[in-house]
Design a protein around this ligand. Sequence first.
Ligand code: NDP
Length: 305
Amino acid sequence: MLLRALWMSLDPYMRGRMSDAKSYADPVPVGGVMTCASVCRVQESNLDGYAKGDLVMSFTAGWQDYSVSDGAMVFKLDPNMQNPSQALGVLGMPGFTGYMGLMDIGRPKKGETVVVAAATGPVGTVVGQVAKLQGCRVVGIAGGAEKCAYAVDELGFDACLDHKQNNLNDELAKACPDGIDVYFENVGGKVFDAVMPLLNAHARVPVCGLIAQYNATEAPSGPDRMPQLMRLLLSQRIRMQGFIIFDNYGPHFPEFLRVMTPWVAEGKVRVREDQVEGLENAPQAFMGLLEGKNFGKLVVKIADK
Ligand code: NDP
């Protein structure tokens, strides 16, 4: 079938596909089509089960206006979906990542303190708001006063700290008077340094992403914190677990949609998108994502219908 891309998603993992360093996925070869998830309209179909006009999600369409698909890695979307671009964010891979990482590895309990960075992005917003729905104290970390105000005023976080301020360590300690029970790791770097001393006994740390390192070409300067971390993991019996959402959570996707769709519809989970117009603007927007220039889930609008 021939697919017309309407929306494409820009996500931090794409940085890893532009490097041949060892990773969980093969890089995109030089001259290859850059990978992405897209919401597409079927233009023509010779495939059983798909008809012209169907709305689908494709994981193989790539950064292109049109693509030809044999149906692999394509999923039908509800044709009446109000905001199809949400299939790339809160109701798609990033939302699913935040939800599963928090619930399966973070296992938040009422009254516990949950900390999440990249707090206003699609993963962080879901982590924080779902943790609030579980009755937790939620502290976000984000880049800049505007994002922090949004996390508190609109998303209902208990506090949000600007990681660009110099006194992050002290501010985080003040915002987490009972320590940290769940740290949802999205960024690494100096944010993790600030979190480490505050982790409580039996804390859980879902390691979802390390965006502060994605552009690094050499080891960071400063002391080696590995011995400190190992000692902490042991003495505090901390569970720290990396996960890649595509690995083994697939069967839980319908369950996730059943829970998240009404939460979004009822406004219990609020959504913010950063929409960029035009495929030609995708590279610049992607570079901005790695510097925190996006405010909300970054999507590129390619066509209307
Ligand atoms: P976002 O839309 O939140 O974009 C990334 C954000 O990271 C930026 O907006 C910026 O926010 C923050 N950031 C960038 N550089 C730095 C830095 N040096 N230090 C601190 N923060 C920085 O991204 P997503 O919500 O899509 O993804 C969040 C994380 O989850 C990423 O690490 C991503 O790789 C990971 N991920 C992992 C998956 C998995 O299966 N394990 C699946 C999906 C995502 P700010 O301005 O607030 O700092």
